[in-house]
Design a protein around this ligand. Structure first.
Ligand SMILES: NC(=O)c1ccc[n+]([C@@H]2O[C@H](COP(=O)([O-])OP(=O)(O)OC[C@H]3O[C@@H](n4cnc5c(N)ncnc54)[C@H](OP(=O)(O)O)[C@@H]3O)[C@@H](O)[C@H]2O)c1
Length: 301
C-alpha cells in the first residue's frame, strides 16, 4: 500500500496519513516552538499533509502553525497544506455576529483564503475545502469563485467536507476544475458514509476521501457500549502487530478500497510519534468485518 497518494495530477503527492491542526492550540495553548516540534514529529515519519480550517482554535491555529513555520521556513517545501472556510463561528473575534452560519459567497471565500495564506505564511493552499454544506449556497457563484482561485494559483484545487452526494454533484456541475477530495467523519464508531452513497460517489468519481475524527475524537477509547465492544479486539490485534490499539483503528480505515486519508488529531507527542505505526497492521477482509460487527453490535444482514 502506498504511503502517499495523488489526489489530482496537478497537485503534489499527499501523505495517506494526514495531521489535523484542530486541537493544536487546545488546553493551555501552544507556543510556536511546541507546534514546530509536533510538525517535525509528523514530517519525520512521512506525514507531510496538514489539515487546517480558518476557525480552528477560535481562529488561532493557522496563525500558530504559520508562526511555527516562521521559525523554520525551509519546512514549507516539505509539506502540503489543506484549509477550509464557510463556517461563520460565534466568536469574541467577531462580536458583531448574531448567529452561527455558513457563508459560501465569493467575497467571503476570497477573504478567507487571503487570511489563511497570510496566517500560514504561504503563497498557496494545496487544497481548499468548503467546510460544511451551505443551505443558502449559490452554486454558480461558489463554483466560479473556486475555479478563479485555482486559476489565480491561490489554491491548487478545491474540495468539500461533510457534503452529501447531491451537494457534491450540485457544486461540481457549476465548476470547470474538479473537486479533488471530500472530508467526512469516518471511524469505527461513525460508519454512515459507507452505506449512504457518500463513499460510493467518491469511488465512482475516483476521489480519495479524507476521514476526520478517525478515532471518533478519542471516544473509541471511552466507555460507550460500542467502544467497549471494540476495544478488546483492537487490543488483541495491536498485540499481534506490536502496535498500539489506535494504530489498528487507523489501519481499518487505510485498508478500505476507497483509499481513505485518515486525518489524525492527537496532540500528545508520544501518540504523534506513533501515528505511522498503522502501516504495520495488515488488515484482511474478515478482520475488517469483525471490527465492523463489534462496533455495530450485530452481524451484517
Ligand atoms: N471537516 C470537518 O468538519 C472536521 C471536523 C472535525 C475534525 N476535523 C479534522 O480532523 C482532525 C482530527 O479530528 P480529531 O482530533 O477529532 O481526531 P481523532 O484522532 O479521532 O481524535 C483525537 C482525540 O482523541 C484522543 N485520543 C487519541 N488517541 C487516544 C487514545 N489512545 N486514548 C484516548 N484518547 C485518544 C486525542 O487525545 P490526545 O491529544 O491526548 O492524544 C484527541 O483528543 C482535526 O484536527 C481536523 O483537522 C475536520
Amino acid at each position: 500500500m502506498n504511503t502517499t497518494v495523488q489526489l489530482h495530477p496537478s497537485l503534489p503527492a499527499f501523505s495517506r496519513i494526514v495531521y489535523g491542526a484542530w486541537r493544536m492550540n487546545d488546553g493551555a495553548g501552544s507556543t510556536p516552538a511546541q507546534a514546530l516540534e509536533k510538525i517535525e514529529l509528523c514530517l519525520d515519519q512521512g506525514i507531510t499533509t496538514f489539515d487546517h480550517a480558518d476557525i480552528y482554535g477560535n481562529y488561532s491555529c493557522e496563525q500558530l502553525f504559520g508562526d511555527a513555520l516562521r521559525l523554520k521556513p525551509a519546512l514549507k517545501s516539505r509539506m502540503q497544506l489543506v484549509s477550509k472556510c464557510d463556517i461563520m463561528l460565534l466568536s469574541d473575534k467577531f462580536p458583531e455576529r448574531r448567529v452561527k452560519y455558513y457563508d459560501t459567497s465569493a467575497a467571503h471565500i476570497e477573504a478567507s483564503v487571503d487570511s489563511s495564506l497570510r496566517k500560514l505564511g504561504v503563497e498557496r493552499l494545496d487544497v481548499l475545502l468548503i467546510h460544511r454544506p451551505d443551505p443558502f449556497m449559490d452554486a454558480a457563484e461558489t463554483g466560479d469563485c473556486l475555479d478563479r482561485l485555482v486559476q489565480a494559483g491561490k489554491i491548487g484545487a478545491a474540495g468539500v467536507s461533510n457534503f452529501k452526494a447531491w451537494d457534491w454533484s450540485l457544486l461540481q456541475s457549476f465548476m470547470k476544475t474538479p473537486l479533488v477530495t471530500q472530508q467526512l467523519e469516518i471511524s469505527l464508531l461513525e460508519r454512515a458514509v459507507f452505506l449512504d452513497g457518500t463513499l460510493a460517489q467518491c469511488q465512482q468519481n475516483k476521489v480519495h476521501p479524507m476521514a476526520w475524527s478517525p478515532l471518533a475524537g478519542g471516544q473509541l477509547f471511552g466507555q460507550s457500549a460500542a467502544a467497549l465492544r471494540v476495544q478488546p479486539a483492537l487490543e488483541r490485534l495491536a498485540k499481534a502487530f506490536g502496535v498500539a490499539p489506535d494504530a489498528v483503528a487507523v489501519a481499518w480505515l487505510l485498508a478500505h478500497p476507497a483509499g481513505i486519508l485518515p486525518v489524525m488529531g492527537t496532540n500528545h507527542p508520544a501518540r504523534i510519534r506513533a501515528l505511522s505505526d498503522a502501516w504495520r497492521v495488515k488488515m484482511d477482509r474478515e478482520t475488517w468485518f469483525e471490527l465492523w460487527t463489534l462496533a455495530a453490535g450485530q452481524e451484517v444482514p
